[in-house]
Design a binder for this molecule. Structure first.
Ligand code: GDP
Ligand code: MG
Length: 202
């Protein structure tokens, strides 16, 4: 499954500027440079629909892509970029917290983690935060083309062990924008959640 019918709609600085048509949304979250924009391009088979970059931290906006005129893929600003000021980080935290808690049209969040590295403290915080607020999410281990098959399995096991320890049960998918590993199953997951009505109570 490929979402060929995709177009950029807008970049919103915060919740107040997001679309108001009530369509379901699937969000890409994770550290800067983890591969959020690349995943959107892979899902739509478009090279430059979402801007990718080698300079992390550049995308400070909530970017909306309309898919098949029926749901949005949302490219969220990345976290954990060392070079931004404390003030900027605090602003990010406030904007994202409000967005996640009040965006009732959000049906699924894909939390991306680089498969080459252990989840960072920020990743763990994010996992526990999403789970704590019962925000539906799945984990995606990105850039797995950079790992041997063995290392890929190790990354999967390490992540599942971490989730077990946290007593959290969510799907984990190895993926690569380069080899397209995992893209099909993520597209199916997204398709399923694009047919769910927004269900957050708050
Ligand atoms: N080898 C490889 N590189 C990737 C993959 N996904 C993203 N990248 C590269 O990682 C960098 C950051 O990707 P980007 O999508 O801009 O990350 P974002 O900041 O999370 O949106 C870019 O140079 C991408 O080309 C992948 O699956 N495999
Ligand atoms: Mg990006």
């Amino acid at each position: 499954m490929i979402f060929h019918d995709a177009r950029f709609i807008k970049s919103a600085p915060d919740l107040q500027h997001c679309p108001e048509d009530g369509l379901p949304e699937i969000a890409m979250a994770g550290r800067s440079n983890v591969g959020k924009s690349s995943l959107i391009n892979s899902l739509t088979k478009r090279k430059n629909l979402a801007k990718t970059s080698n300079t992390p931290g550049k995308t400070r906006m909530i970017n909306y892509y309309l898919i098949e005129n029926r749901f949005y893929l949302v490219d969220l600003p990345g976290y954990g970029f060392a070079k931004v000021s404390r003030k900027e980080r605090n602003r990010w935290g406030k904007v994202m917290q409000e967005w996640f808690l009040k965006r009732t049209t959000l049906t699924l969040t894909l939390l991306l983690i680089d498969s080459r590295h252990k989840p960072t403290a920020l990743d763990s915080d994010m996992i526990e935060w999403l789970a704590g607020y019962r925000i539906p999410f799945a984990l995606v281990l990105t850039k797995c083309d950079k790992l041997s098959n063995n290392k890929q399995q190790q990354a999967l096991q390490a992540t599942n062990a971490l989730l077990n320890k946290m007593n959290i049960e969510v799907p984990v998918t190895l993926c690569s924008a380069t080899t397209r590993r995992g893209i099909e199953s993520l597209a199916e997951l997204i398709d399923e959640f694009s047919r769910v009505d927004g269900q957050l109570a708050n």
